[in-house]
Design a protein around this ligand. Structure first.
Ligand SMILES: [Zn+2]
Length: 415
């Protein structure tokens, strides 16, 4: 089916938002309140959900106050007005507002119960700009079914200018109410993929840490591995394709994780220049839907995935293009005009690019992708991208911003 594009609202930290038609209480919108004396304690309005509600779908919640400032938490994690809560579970939203007249606290407790339909959700996070090279990757994979909701994270950023915001992916997990990861996958030993893992390993229950066994002495990488050894219940380096399944029967979500290319698993003095082709490649499948996550795989990895793991990589629904859409990840010999066997083999209905918008996407790779019938979405242009696939293979994709716009090449990209 053709993907459906819908824009969902951007998160706004502690924003004082205008009154909304969704408001369940209109107190803050009344004319009398708008001219209320400043000595009165603030009035809090929570829109989108009522206290005690039991919902069967996700909800977008807006918090407004008539004066002063407020802070909000959802299950003790910071909450941002305008956020969408989609994960089944029990929630307690607490808002504390302060002005010169005093302090007001509002608590709303609610529950999201999944209707029972089996659903796969894949979120490719927008990691913003990173002048250090590559905005990084972070994909949250969620399977919801009658047996519960399970989450996997493939890579963890970082995010932001100069890769400074190592807590970004953790905060996104907390916004979504995710406190347990069945598997945390590190595809390879580059900091734009492992940089956010320390805070996650220290704050979230990680049942299994799975990586490619790459050797590299750089301190940040060693720290993540040591933390994973200490915190994860299982520490895995797969030597053959590792399968992890979530959900029920034929409707379950299956992850097939392909070990890294043996020639690219590093040395103790590795400078990081040849690690991309050692990336773990991941097929995510549910019913007739499939996605291949190429991490930073380039020419050699693509050739091996195509030749030795054809059944896992051929004719996928969605391809996460390798290496933030570098030319090495798209063309047979790494430059335009040298063939597109990998794109022809995967033959995706949708191409996704996780890129910083500065060095990537590369011009040649992006032009090749845009010349194809399948649409291409980029985090640098479209923000966070969310795919939802049902057990029958029906799927939709939503973008955070710029719905309908074409991806732009990185503004500093020259090839
Ligand atoms: Zn990367």
């Amino acid at each position: 089916m053709r993907p459906l594009l819908v824009t969902f609202p951007r998160r706004a930290p502690f924003a004082l938002l205008a009154c909304s038609l969704l408001a369940i209480s209109t107190t803050a919108c009344s004319s009398s309140d708008s001219v209320a004396p400043a000595v009165s304690a603030p009035t809090i309005t929570v829109a989108g959900v009522a206290d005690g509600a039991v919902l069967e779908s996700g909800v977008t919640i807006f918090v407004t106050i008539d004066s002063g400032t407020f802070e909000a938490t959802l299950n003790d994690a910071p909450f941002f007005s305008g956020a969408t809560i989609a994960e089944p579970g029990s929630y307690r939203l607490e808002v504390v507002a302060v002005n010169a007249g005093g302090t007001t606290t509002e608590v709303v407790e609610f529950e999201i119960r999944f209707s029972g339909d089996s659903l796969l959700i894949i979120r490719m996070l927008d990691l913003g700009e990173n002048e250090a090279g590559g905005g990084g990757d972070a994909l949250i994979v969620t399977d919801s079914s009658a047996v519960g909701t399970r989450h996997v994270l493939i890579d963890a950023g970082p995010a932001g200018a100069e890769a400074a915001d190592v807590g970004f992916v953790l905060r996104r997990l907390q916004e979504l109410g995710i406190d347990t990861l069945e598997v945390l996958v590190l595809t390879h030993a580059h900091s734009d993929h492992y940089g956010g893992m320390g805070p996650i390993l220290n704050s979230v229950v990680v049942d299994e840490f799975l990586y490619n066994g790459q050797v590299r002495s750089v301190a940040g990488y060693q720290s993540v591995l040591a933390t994973a050894q200490a915190r994860a219940n299982v520490f895995t380096v797969p030597s053959t394709v590792a399968e992890r399944m979530f959900g029920l029967g034929e409707e379950r979500t299956t992850l097939s994780l392909i070990p890294g290319l043996p020639d690219n698993l590093g040395t103790s003095t590795n400078d990081g220049s040849d690690l991309n082709d050692g990336s773990i490649g991941t097929r995510i499948a549910k019913g007739s839907f499939s996605m291949f996550v190429s991490a930073d795989g380039e020419v050699d990895a693509n050739l091996r995935w195509r030749r030795d793991f054809s059944a896992l990589t051929r004719d996928v629904t969605v391809l996460k293009v390798g290496h933030h859409a570098g030319n090495d990840a798209v063309f047979d010999a790494g430059f335009p005009g040298s063939g597109t066997s990998w794109l022809d083999h995967t033959d995706a209905d949708l191409h996704l690019i996780s890129a910083n918008g500065t060095t990537h996407p590369r011009i040649g790779a992006l032009n090749e992708l845009l010349s194809r019938a399948a649409p291409t979405l980029c985090t640098s242009t479209h923000g966070e991208v969310e795919i939802r696939a049902a057990a029958d293979g029906q799927w939709t994709v939503t973008v955070e911003r710029n719905e309908g716009a074409a991806c732009s090449a990185g503004r500093d990209a020259t090839t």
